[in-house]
Design a protein around this ligand. Structure first.
Ligand SMILES: [Zn+2]
Ligand SMILES: [Zn+2]
Length: 388
């Protein structure tokens, strides 16, 4: 995330913080508050004296104390030198605004505010753009007439996802901050010491395999009845999905399923650009497995057809990228062949058959009381009727 912050700080936020909280303001602060708003005025923090001062000041914040304590317990890898705001910039030279605020780049309060806003806007953008593209170009809208489609389901999905994304970002913030403070194994230089490009290529495979395994077990825990009822049921409200169901979770559910993505760079080395790419890719993949376009009938890939089976029949196909852990865990269910046949996929008899089978399992999982209101997209229906 230091790359993201470096871009945002260089082109926008340094100037904004300098105007809102100029460095001169810190002179008026009581002396006991000053260490929390350290600034280096116009001097570079990279002289040895200032680097020492910087680490002392950064360690005086409450969050830093917590991090130091965690470090003492030994669960976090040894802290590297790559601390955002204290180590040299990666891509862009410093400007006249870089040290012009009483909240310097290394200040954790500033980092938390900046990242919360950036990640929330990025999360919404990624969700709306990817799901909209999928909706207009890929998604088969005949599903609106499926007997288990909810009344105005798409707006319910959008409401759930857009309100969950900011809370998921806040829950994720400690991982991003730990990473900015240099506790992760993220790196930028590709050379012999870091294993070269071979290591980078290997990381893509390792990241997918590691997170696939992690999500499988977390997803199974989320289906444990007391947890399911409280956290995971909001995502299973959607029996048949639109692309907008992809991020429509209870925020704690969405956060829990994203944990392996944040664990990985604290356990294994990972290139910083790959991390950003993979972070975007996993969000993209989440939309793809909800768009109902059954491209893959591959026995290994957990595609949209497999995830459709999970939403229809609850107790199968918990995986995210592959079917490996479902096969090992005895929860794999091969998607019905009808799902790959353009006509049969939207056949009313097939749908009724699915609804019958699904009702039996839903009764077992959730009990006899079903609080869903089934229907169709009312506005779209009215629009179609007007055109006719
Ligand atoms: Zn589930
Ligand atoms: Zn889902």
């Amino acid at each position: 995330m230091d790359i993201v912050l470096e871009i945002a700080d260089t082109f926008l936020l340094d100037k904004l913080y300098a105007n809102l909280f100029p460095a001169s303001l810190s002179n008026n602060l009581p002396s006991n508050l000053k260490p929390y708003f350290n600034n280096f005025n116009s001097t570079s923090p990279f002289s040895s004296e200032n680097t020492l001062l910087a680490s002392k000041l950064s360690a005086s914040g409450t969050w830093s104390t917590i991090f130091e304590t965690i470090e003492g317990v030994g669960n976090i890898p040894e802290r590297g030198n790559d601390i955002y705001g204290l180590s040299p910039t990666h891509f862009f030279p410093e400007t006249c605004y870089t040290y012009a605020s009483m909240l310097p780049r290394s200040n954790m309060i500033r980092q938390a505010i900046s990242l919360s806003i950036i990640m929330c806007v990025f999360g919404w953008l990624l969700y709306f753009v990817t799901a909209s593209v999928s909706y207009y170009l890929v998604f088969d809208k005949s599903i609106f007439n499926h007997p288990r489609y909810l009344k105005n389901q798409m707006s319910l999905e959008i409401k759930q996802a857009s309100s969950a994304i900011p809370i998921m970002v806040l829950l994720t913030l400690p991982w991003f901050l730990l990473e900015l403070r240099g506790y992760s194994k993220l790196y930028l230089n590709v050379d012999e010491t870091t294993g070269g490009w071979k290591a980078v290529a290997f990381q893509y495979v390792a990241f997918i395999l590691f997170t696939d395994c992690g999500i499988y077990f977390i997803h199974r825990i989320l289906h444990y009845p007391p947890i399911y009822k409280k956290l995971h049921k909001p995502h299973h409200k959607w029996i048949v999905c639109t692309p907008f169901a992809s991020h429509a979770f209870h925020p704690v559910d969405g956060y829990m399923q994203s944990l392996p993505y944040h664990w990985y760079p604290f356990i294994f080395p990972l290139h910083k650009i790959s991390y950003l790419f993979l972070f975007t890719f996993v969000n993209f993949w989440t939309v793809m497995i909800h768009d109902g376009e059954y491209l893959s009938n591959d026995p290994v890939v957990n595609g949209a057809a497999c995830h459709t089976v999970h939403h229809l029949y609850f107790n199968y196909n918990y995986g995210q990228f592959t079917t490996l852990w479902d096969r090992l865990g005895g929860s794999y269910r091969k998607p019905d062949q009808e799902l790959f046949d353009r006509k049969a996929k939207v056949d009313k008899n097939v749908w009724n058959e699915q609804a019958k089978k699904m009702d039996v399992i839903r009764n077992e999982v959730e009990g006899k009381n079903d609080d869903r209101i089934y229907g169709t997209e009312e506005t779209l229906k009215r629009r179609v009727a007007k055109k006719l």
